[in-house]
Write a protein that binds this ligand. Structure first.
Ligand code: FBP
Length: 549
C-alpha cells in the first residue's frame, strides 16, 4: 500500500473532470472578429507587429473528424502555485494524445528557469495519472524567473529545437502571460516555428477580461480561506474576547478579500481599490475600524473580524507614491545592496523626496524594513511579507486608547492576527477548478493543433453547467497596455482590479454596515468534492454576481 497518498488523494484520482460539449469531439475554429488593446494602440502595434489585432476564437462542435500530425509540446508553470495546475497539464496531455497518440509533452522544471537552463522531463501517462485532480505545482515545480531577454529566448529555442518542440504553453498570471505575449511575438517574427499559448492562472483573480472570465485557482483558494475565516468567526462568537485581524493573500487586487467577505460576512473588510478611489489615508482606515470596534463595544460586543487585503498598503495614495519611489531607488541593486548591509533606513531616507522621506520615517521600523525587501523579478514589492494586519491592529489599539482617555470608548480590545496565504495555494482543486483547468488544458491543445500562437486559452460561461461552457482563444495582445515599471515603460497585461461599480462590490457595500454592527457570520465549511452539484460545483459568489444576467 502506498502510504504517502491520503484517502482523498486516492479517491480524487478517479474523478473525471467535466468537459464542455465542444471539447468532447471534433471541433471547428470560428473567428469572432479582430481585436485591439484598450489603450496604447499605436505603440503596441509597433511592438507586436506579428501578433497584433488577431481575432477572438471560439470552438464549435464539428462532424468532420480531422487528422492532426503528432506534435511535441512544452509546458511551463510560472509564478505562485494555484489549485488546478496539474489538471491543466493532464487536460493538455489528454488533448494532445486524443488528437494524435504519438504527440509528446515535456515539462520544464521550476518555471521559466527550466526552459533557459534546459531542465525538463517528459510527462508520460504513468506520471500524469499520479497527479490528476491534485493541488500544487509539484509535478514540475514553478518559479518566478522573468523571460524577457533575447538571450533567454534563444536558449529556450535551442532546447526546444533539440526536443523537436513546436509549441510552448505558459501557465501564469499577468506578468507571465505578458512574457508569453513577448515570446510569441519574438518567435513569430523570426519564423522560429514555435507557437506560444498562455493559460490564465493566479489565486489573486486579477487576470480576467470579457473573454477570460476567471483565473484558475481563485475559486479553490477563496473557498479554503473562507472555511478558515468561518471557523475563526465561530471561535470569535464562542469566546467573545478577540478582534481577529486577518490578512488575505492577493498581492494587488482585493478580489480574494471581497469574495471571502461575501462568503463569510465578517464585521469589516477593507477593499484597497475603494481606499485608492476615495484617496484615504492610513489614519482614515484606522479610524473607520476603530469606530466599528467602539460601536460594538457600546453594546458589549468586544469581538469581531476584520479582513485586510494583502496589497492594501500599495493602494493608500501616499504609500503608493512612496513605494513607487522606493521601487525606482532600489532598482539600482548595487547601491541597494550596499545600503542593506549598513543603516538602510537612513540611507533610504536620505535619498527619498522630502514628502516620501517623512512618510517613510513615520512608519514603524518593521514595516519600513519590510517595504525595502527585495522585489520579485517582475519588480513587485513582496506584499506577503508586510505585516499590514499587525500595523492596522496596533494603530487601532492606539486610537482606542486615546478615545478611552477622552472618555469616548469603554471597551476591551484584545487582538489576534492571521495571514491566510500559503495555506490556500496548493489545496486540492474544487470541482470548479478541476473541471475549468482540465478544459483549459484541452483548449490549449486545440489552439496548438489549429496552428495558433500569441493566444490565451479561454473557457467561459462557467456559471452554467460544464456542458455549456464555451472554449476558444483570446489574443494576448488585446490584453496589453503600457505601464511604468522599474523605472521604464513596459508593455504589460493590465491587472483587473475590483470594479467599484461592479455587482460583487455593490453587494458587499450594501450589507457592510449591518455586518459591522451585528454578528451575521456565515460558516461555509470545507470544500465538498463528492455530493450534489449545488454543494460541489458552485463557482465563486464573485463570478455568480458578475454573470448574473
Ligand atoms: P501569482 O500571481 O504568481 O499567481 O502569485 C500570487 C501570489 O500568491 C500572491 O497572492 C502573493 O502576493 C504572491 O504570490 C506570493 O508569492 P511569493 O511567495 O513568491 O512572494
Amino acid at each position: 500500500m502506498n502510504n504517502t497518498q491520503s484517502t482523498l488523494q486516492l479517491a480524487r484520482k478517479s474523478y473525471q473532470p467535466k468537459l464542455p460539449k465542444a471539447l468532447r469531439g471534433a471541433i471547428e475554429v470560428v473567428e469572432l472578429g479582430k481585436t485591439e488593446p484598450a489603450t496604447h494602440k499605436e505603440e503596441l502595434k509597433k511592438l507586436f507587429p506579428n501578433t497584433y489585432g488577431m481575432p477572438i476564437l471560439r470552438f464549435v462542435e464539428s462532424t468532420k473528424q480531422k487528422e492532426y500530425p503528432a506534435i511535441n509540446v512544452g509546458i511551463i508553470l510560472s509564478g505562485g502555485p494555484a489549485p488546478g495546475g496539474h489538471n491543466v497539464i493532464s487536460g493538455l496531455y489528454d488533448g494532445l494524445k486524443t488528437s494524435n497518440k504519438d504527440s509528446r509533452l515535456f515539462g520544464f522544471i521550476l518555471g521559466p528557469g527550466g526552459l533557459i537552463n534546459h531542465e525538463y522531463k517528459e510527462l508520460t501517462a504513468d506520471i500524469i495519472d499520479e497527479y490528476r485532480n491534485t493541488g500544487g505545482f509539484d509535478l514540475i515545480g514553478t518559479g518566478r524567473t522573468k523571460l524577457e531577454k533575447e538571450e533567454q529566448f534563444e536558449k529556450g529555442l535551442e532546447i526546444m529545437k533539440k526536443l523537436d518542440i513546436k509549441a510552448l504553453v505558459i501557465v501564469g498570471g499577468d506578468d507571465s502571460n505578458t512574457n508569453a505575449a513577448i515570446l510569441a511575438e519574438y518567435y513569430q517574427a523570426k519564423q522560429a516555428g514555435i507557437q506560444v499559448i498562455g493559460c490564465p492562472k493566479t489565486i489573486d483573480g486579477d487576470l480576467k477580461n470579457d473573454i477570460v472570465e476567471a483565473s484558475f485557482g481563485f475559486d479553490t483558494t477563496c473557498k479554503i480561506y473562507s472555511e478558515i475565516i468561518g471557523n475563526i468567526e465561530r471561535d470569535c462568537n464562542s469566546t467573545r474576547k478577540y478582534w481577529h485581524f486577518i490578512k488575505l493573500m492577493g498581492r494587488s487586487a482585493s478580489h480574494i478579500a471581497l469574495e471571502c467577505a461575501l462568503q463569510t460576512q465578517p464585521n469589516i473588510c477593507i477593499i484597497s481599490e475603494e481606499v485608492a478611489a476615495k484617496n484615504q489615508t492610513l489614519d482614515d482606515i484606522v479610524t473607520y475600524i476603530a469606530k466599528a470596534v467602539a460601536e460594538r463595544a457600546e453594546r458589549g460586543l468586544n469581538f469581531g473580524t476584520v479582513l485586510i487585503p494583502e496589497g492594501l498598503i500599495e493602494f493608500i495614495p501616499a504609500m503608493k507614491s512612496l513605494i513607487a519611489e522606493l521601487n525606482d531607488l532600489l532598482a539600482d541593486t548595487t547601491e541597494g545592496q550596499t545600503a542593506k548591509q549598513s543603516e538602510q533606513r537612513n540611507w533610504v531616507i536620505s535619498r527619498l523626496s522630502t514628502k516620501n522621506a517623512a512618510i517613510f520615517a513615520s512608519l514603524p521600523e518593521s514595516v519600513a524594513a519590510q517595504l525595502t525587501l527585495d522585489r520579485d523579478p517582475h519588480g513587485n514589492v513582496c506584499v506577503s511579507r508586510i505585516e499590514t494586519e499587525v500595523l492596522l491592529s496596533s494603530m487601532v489599539g492606539t486610537k482606542l486608547a486615546q478615545w478611552k482617555a477622552e472618555g469616548k470608548y469603554v471597551g476591551k480590545f484584545a487582538t489576534q492576527h492571521h495571514f491566510l496565504g500559503y495555506e490556500g495555494r496548493c489545496g486540492f482543486p474544487s470541482n470548479y477548478d478541476a473541471d475549468y483547468c482540465y478544459a483549459l488544458g484541452c483548449t490549449a491543445a486545440q489552439l496548438i493543433f489549429a496552428g495558433k500562437t500569441g493566444y490565451m486559452a479561454s473557457v467561459r460561461n462557467t456559471v452554467a453547467p460544464a456542458n455549456e461552457w464555451v472554449a476558444g482563444g483570446a489574443p494576448l495582445s488585446m490584453m496589453l497596455n503600457v505601464e511604468h515599471r522599474r523605472g521604464k515603460e513596459h508593455p504589460v497585461i493590465k491587472k483587473a482590479l475590483v470594479d467599484l461599480e461592479g455587482r460583487p462590490f455593490k453587494e458587499f457595500a450594501s450589507h457592510r454596515e449591518e455586518w459591522a454592527r451585528e454578528t451575521e457570520y456565515v460558516f461555509p465549511g470545507p470544500i465538498q468534492y463528492f455530493g450534489p452539484s449545488e454543494l460541489c460545483d458552485k463557482p465563486t459568489k464573485t463570478l455568480q454576481l458578475e454573470k448574473a444576467d
